[in-house]
Design a binder for this molecule. Sequence first.
Ligand code: GUN
Ligand code: ZN
Length: 426
Amino acid sequence: MTTHLYRSALLRFADDGAALYDQDGLLATAADERGVQRVVAAGSWAVLSGQFAGQGVTHWPGRIIAPGFVDLHIHFPQTDVIGSPAEGLLPWLEHYTFPHEARFADPAHAQEVACFFLDELARNGVTTALTFATSHPGGVDALMREAQARRLRLIAGKVLQDRHSPDGVRDQTEQSLLDTEALIGRWHGQGRLGYAITPRFAPTSTPAQLAGAGEIAARHPDVWIQSHVAENLDEVRWARELFPTSRSYLGVYGDFGLLRERAIYAHCIHLDDADRALMRDTGAAAAVSPTSNLFLGSGFFDYVAADRAGMAYGLASDVGGGTSFSPFRTMLAAYYVGREGQAKPGVSLTPEQLWWQHTAGAAKALGLQGVVGNLQPGCEADFVVMNPAATPLLARRTQAAQSLAELLFAMIVLGDDRLIERTVIA
Ligand code: GUN
Ligand code: ZN
């Protein structure tokens, strides 16, 4: 068995979320029975290197190895929608998003965007993403094929939207459910790929489509579910009108069997405490998408209320409502949101918490703790190599950092794709 040894500074996380940092670290990986590189040792070079005496080492002086980032919610077909301003979510969907997504009926277009999208994730150090496709099954096939060729741990799904959607993106109830089943059979568990049942959001699905999605979810408990909830006040009002018998907008998903572990709901801004308790009790998790929420004027995720309720969450770009593929931009926006959010100005997140939410915390929300988002022994070895001197200002500021928190914060505030020197896939 060949062991790969890497020597540089090393960031990883303890089970309780605490950041662990070795200024002179060692990461050792070896292939498992499926050929996936897994971490076999991680920690201090001085302590561990004796175990591997005489073996070749890849030495990256001045660099930092860290877990690959996990993006908990993104739309691959919205790569070209970034930076499309609108009054709010619903006009943005109508004027920009649906027309763009209609183009994914063309497999060649889907293929071209899939390649660009996966390249962009890699350039930004994102090694796992939970992504929407469009309502066209061929777009899922294109993305999955490309992800498989790159050996990525990627989770994606065909959007379900059989009403209140224009021609070109609207699907047919029965066929949409058959397509979902077929895509699960084709892709879920193939290599590192996973499938997510993907109702766009309650307003664009009939009760029959949501019920069908819930039945598929019950038949496949290890398949993921992804949707949107409580992002925008107009959206919330609309969902309440369409589903008047549910206790709340989130309750609609519960009523159709779509709240459970491995269910990820983007935004979760306009929830009440009963909704948050429902998230906690069902094991569903929120994808916090701060650049999107600030760009579309949707609101502020309430971190304090989420923690009080004990519900799970992690960070997400939500491209193309979100404005950047870069986890650094997302973590910085989350810091602003935590600072200015609703009722508690002044409260915010530590850099270790922000980083955890975009790596091990996001992996935990997916039920993939100990698999991705970390570099503890046993984890799949998806990692980034960061150059903290990638720009003159980064070099100056990180050099002056007096603690791990200061170092991480400087990278969150000043970092972008230039900080990611290399992305290594297990
Ligand atoms: N709600 C329903 N569809 C979408 C979408 O594509 N993006 C965002 N941000 N919210 C949505
Ligand atoms: Zn979204």
